[in-house]
Design a protein around this ligand. Structure first.
Ligand code: RIB
Ligand code: CA
Length: 334
């Protein structure tokens, strides 16, 4: 009987999702049952291909399942996401000295093209099937828009009682990125997020930008990765560099010349709860009105909230504890 923690990751792989996946695969304390992919940072073909690139680079047999290619309903309203210019939207694209668009995520990760294939089953049905057959001992770690999880909960609400806990990267308490009031994962599919938050899953932890922006990787971390010198360490160093360049261009950080690796912090928290600090139990709901605050995580901090608390919200993080853990796991892989 393995005492490893059973985990499912749901990712829109992207550069920081990639670090979350490798952290889970490289940890001897995690049994990664599978990764479901979702559209978000990039469209589904790229997020699935990138997920396979990470799994193959680690010579892992973790199965990858393609999930939903678009949000549940958000794109039905013509102007809801129409003028999206957040982060690297058209109006904000900046060019580097080579004339290339500066971006947090490129279509393809700086890793070899995948040789393995995604599994034939749709990610949402695999999630439902796996959770319903489980002993209720699976931790779900979504690091992209919550479309797959929202769809799974709508198709089979009983999975709410089978999920041990959800630790998701998303939302903002006072820090936002996609718009002045929202964080990208939630903004991309607000309805899915609200379904998850009102699903009745007994333990939900939200890792918002307020926490992830306190756990940035720096140029020193990049240099340490390059000094390790393995193909994996160099690839992650390249991701850190890309992200620092993008954050300097679009979201300059308090810690100069650094960048958050948002998604990996969720996996790190499972391995070492002390990487997150100032965790508060709150009522969190998502604005789905399609207005200026569309996708905002409304965190009710009042002593007597209108509805019962449903989420643990992390407002801080221990940067060194986090970066040490990830770098040492990468160092361990040859
Ligand atoms: O807002 C940051 C989040 O959006 C991260 O998960 C990043 O990968 C993107 O999905
Ligand atoms: Ca992500």
């Amino acid at each position: 009987m393995s005492d490893k923690m059973k985990v499912i990751l749901d990712c829109d792989t992207g550069s920081d999702d990639a670090v979350a996946i490798l952290t889970a695969i490289l940890s001897p304390r995690i049994e990664l049952l599978g990764v479901t992919t979702v559209a978000g940072n990039k469209e589904i073909n790229f997020t699935t291909d990138n997920t396979l690139r990470v799994v193959d680079m680690l010579r892992s047999d973790v199965p990858v399942y393609r999930g939903c290619a678009t949000s549940m309903v958000a794109k039905l309203l013509p102007n809801r996401h129409g003028d999206y210019t957040g982060m690297t939207g058209v109006k904000q694209d900046k060019l580097d000295d080579k004339g290339e668009v500066i971006s947090y995520h490129h279509d393809c990760l700086p890793m070899p093209a995948p040789t393995s294939k995604e599994r034939p089953e749709h990610g949402v049905w695999w999630l439902i099937d796996t959770l319903m057959k489980s002993e209720g001992d699976i931790t779900l770690i979504p690091t992209g828009p919550l479309t797959n999880i929202g769809m799974a909960l709508r198709l089979e609400p009983r999975i709410a009682g089978k999920i041990k806990q959800i630790i998701f990267m998303g939302g903002g308490f006072k820090v936002f990125n996609a718009t002045a009031a929202s964080e990208f994962n939630i903004w991309a599919d607000p309805e899915a997020a609200q379904i998850v938050l009102t699903s009745g899953v007994k333990t939900i932890t939200m890792v918002p930008l307020d926490a992830t922006h306190q756990a940035n990787f720096t140029r020193e971390d990049e240099a340490e990765l390059r000094a390790i010198g393995t193909p994996l360490a160099i690839a992650v160093a390249d991701l850190v560099d890309e992200r620092i360049v993008a954050y300097n261009a679009y979201q300059p950080q308090e810690l100069a010349d650094s960048a958050p690796i948002h998604d990996a912090l969720c996996v790190a928290y499972l391995l070492d709860p002390e990487v997150l600090t100032d965790i508060r139990h709150m009522r969190v709901d998502v604005d789905i009105s399609g207005g200026f605050a569309d996708g905002q995580t409304i965190c009710d901090t009042r002593a007597y909230p209108d509805r019962p608390e449903n989420c643990y919200v992390a407002l801080g993080a221990d940067r060194l504890r986090f970066s040490r853990m990830v770098i040492e796991l990468i160092r361990s892989f040859r």
